[in-house]
Design a protein around this ligand. Structure first.
Ligand code: HEM
Length: 300
């Protein structure tokens, strides 16, 4: 039976590490397939969620319908960067110490085929809050709705149960944010921090007005699994959104940037994306990662 990597639909963990790898240019497609099949044996879809980038799929001569590299977008004088890589790992299990050792092991396992190019440690803040103090994830679909939003329920055997993920590391500017009044902060998000109530009188630029999922045509639902990150005095949100395609995310980001009506999301005053990555998250098949789309047979 095809099923999704279960970490996609589970609640966010208390600690996570995100890793992005690029293939080593001198390594052949056959050898990369071999390295991926070794990695696949370690992936249970829960403790480790993995995603494959469009450049790697193309290099392997495979086709994942709907997968593309993260686009550089520009609207209202805002540019959102693309930092597309080949392979993405979301390490979800264990505390910071366990994850430190697990990362070293994964880098070692992959080193003959892939170089680690980006890593980020993230954490759950209080009751799933962003570092600004606002609860993040309130309007996420749940249960069967989350499944149909995030997971491919049609398609051939290798695609069924798979998902697409958009990843953006946002860095907050706390000098600007902390100088705002409570009301200005609430109007930036469109919710009241004290009780998480949505504010009817929030301006059109408020983040939840820009991204209200049922206000798009077609409706643009995603399953967000974002987590705060910090490095020294810098911090922000590792924004992570799963969908059965990238279309809902792209519609939301365009509207946030003012691409629809010229109104820019107030979030851009307090935060900037540093990265932008798209990946395809392969399905599980009888407890194993199914990489048949990439020409990699499962071992039973
Ligand atoms: C600095 C980065 C971001 C922060 C701090 C942030 C924070 C929040 C918060 C606090 C909420 C309200 C509670 C909730 O429903 O989760 C929210 C809602 C939402 N955000 Fe973000 N967000 C960020 C970036 C993004 C991006 C890049 C997108 C998509 C392109 C996005 C899509 C959404 C959606 C779809 C909702 C729910 C809207 C609704 O249907 O009511 N967010 N976000």
């Amino acid at each position: 039976m095809a099923s999704p990597q279960s970490g996609i639909l589970a609640a966010i963990p208390t600690t996570a590490t995100y890793l992005s790898f690029d293939r080593r240019p001198e390594v052949s497609a056959d050898d990369l397939r071999q390295h991926l099949s070794v990695l696949a044996k370690e992936v249970d879809g829960n403790e480790l969620v993995i995603g494959i980038g469009a450049p790697l799929v193309q290099f392997l001569g495979a086709d994942v319908p709907g997968l593309r590299p993260f686009p550089v977008s520009m609207a209202s004088g805002i540019v959102t960067p693309s930092t597309q890589s080949d392979l993405w790992i979301w390490l979800r299990r264990g505390g910071a110490g366990d994850q430190f050792h697990r990362v070293a092991h994964l880098v070692d396992t992959l080193q003959a085929g892939f170089d680690l190019v980006h890593s980020l440690e993230a954490f759950k803040y209080s009751d799933s809050r962003d570092l600004t103090g606002y609860i993040d994830g309130t309007e996420n679909p749940t249960g069967g709705d989350a499944l149909s939003v995030a997971i491919q329920e049609n398609g051939n055997r290798g695609m069924l149960g798979s998902s697409f993920v958009a990843v953006q590391q946002w860095q907050h500017d706390f000098t600007v944010f902390d100088a705002m009044s409570d009301e200005q902060q609430d109007h930036t998000i469109g919710r009241r921090r004290s009780d998480n109530e949505e504010l009817d009188d929030a301006p059109a630029s408020a983040h939840v007005k820009r991204t209200a999922q049922e206000d798009f045509e077609p409706e643009a639902f995603v399953v967000r699994r974002s987590m705060p990150w910090k490095q020294g005095l810098e911090g922000g949100l590792q924004f992570v959104a799963f969908g059965h395609s990238f279309d809902a995310f792209e519609a939301q980001l365009q509207r946030m940037m003012g691409g629809d009506d010229g109104v820019v999301d107030a979030l851009f005053r307090i935060s900037q994306p540093l990265t932008g990555e798209y990946y395809w998250c392969p399905p599980m098949q009888t407890g194993q990662l199914n990489l048949s789309v990439l020409g990699i047979a499962s071992e039973h």
